[in-house]
Design a binder for this molecule. Structure first.
Ligand code: CP
Ligand code: NVA
Length: 308
């Protein structure tokens, strides 16, 4: 049996494979928008394992596999043996004998790596403490839809150097664009944790306005990610000056886009006038989770299919 391909972090796929996925996404999205049935994954079962909450990831994977003709099974730690200490390796053996593809949202990246190491079927990272590759897949597709190629562009990341930030940094290496990061002191990017090969594609700025200056895309995320709730009060204080507001968008390029993976907290990491304003593409971004992940599941299960 050939080893399955996984999508555990962004750089698990090559640039040329992403380019294929984006072409495929365009085709799959157009089919969906015109109500044309497309069932390449009929009889295939996706197992979705959630150790953290989700709206978009669950919805987009569950709707996505159904729209491709397959079905989804939802498991969480509360009412499965996963929450009662069954080793990840054992769970992977069993789950991957009864399904065709697995998506996991969990805590440490190590957990998903261990699962994938014992899985017979492709495993997709639906968010870990370190990465959120499906999010950036959708974000870059959204950029391309609105503005074309991302190569050479500047993305400003303002806020926490979290899983979404780390994934933007990996994507910058794959697609050759730049990320200007501004975090409060003590929350800087940890290059090793971000899984970076070098520092050529990112620059850190003390002042968030400097990170946003002349950026093509400004993006942020919650100040407190899932799993870090105990730090919430301290983070509210530390991040108070790292809100993306209208003044910050003014120093970016006039046609800059604003993205946020959602859920958002208006008045914390982003002002309502920005997320609900003219630069914002957050609803397209959320919708594209569906279309890009359908292309991803098709690719991991069927390989490259002839582009129609
Ligand atoms: N952006 C994202 O992953 O959203 P959910 O937490 O709702 O899945
Ligand atoms: N950084 C956030 C993303 C939520 C989609 C978290 O991990 O909670």
């Amino acid at each position: 049996m050939a080893a399955p391909r996984h999508f555990l972090q962004f750089n698990d796929l090559e640039r040329e494979e992403f380019e294929y996925l984006f072409e495929r996404t365009r085709w799959i999205k157009q089919k969906f928008k015109s109500y044309q049935q497309y069932w390449p994954l009929s009889d295939r079962t996706l197992v979705m394992i959630f150790e953290k909450a989700s709206t978009r990831t669950r919805l987009s994977f569950e709707a996505g596999i159904q729209q491709l003709g397959g079905s989804a099974i939802y498991l969480n730690t509360r009412d499965s043996q996963l929450g009662r200490g069954e080793p990840v390796e054992d769970a992977a053996q069993v789950i991957s004998r009864m399904s065709d593809i697995v998506m996991i949202r969990t805590f440490e990246q190590e957990i998903i790596k261990r699962f994938a190491g014992h899985s017979r079927v492709p495993v997709i990272n639906g968010l870990t403490n370190e990465y959120h590759p499906c999010q950036i897949l959708a974000d870059i597709y959204t950029w391309i839809e609105h503005r074309g190629p991302i190569k050479g562009k500047t993305v400003a990341w303002v806020g926490d150097s979290n899983n979404v930030c780390n994934t933007w940094l990996q994507a910058a290496e794959v697609f050759d664009f730049n990320v200007h990061v501004s975090t409060p002191p003590g929350y800087e990017v940890e290059a090793e944790r971000a899984g970076l090969y070098g520092t050529d594609h990112f620059e850190e700025f003390t002042d968030p306005m400097d990170a946003a200056r002349d950026a093509d895309l400004v993006t942020t995320d919650v100040w407190t990610s899932m799993g870090f709730e105990a730090e919430n009060e301290e983070r509210m204080r530390d991040f108070a000056d790292w809100q993306v507001d209208a003044d910050m968008m003014k120093v970016a390029r006039p046609d800059a886009l604003f993205m946020h993976c959602l859920p958002a907290h208006r008045g914390e990491e982003v002002a309502a006038e920005v997320i609900d304003g003219p630069h914002s593409v957050v609803w397209d971004e959320a919708e594209n989770r569906l279309h890009t992940q359908k292309a991803l599941m098709e690719f991991l299960l069927l390989g490259k299919v002839a582009l129609k």
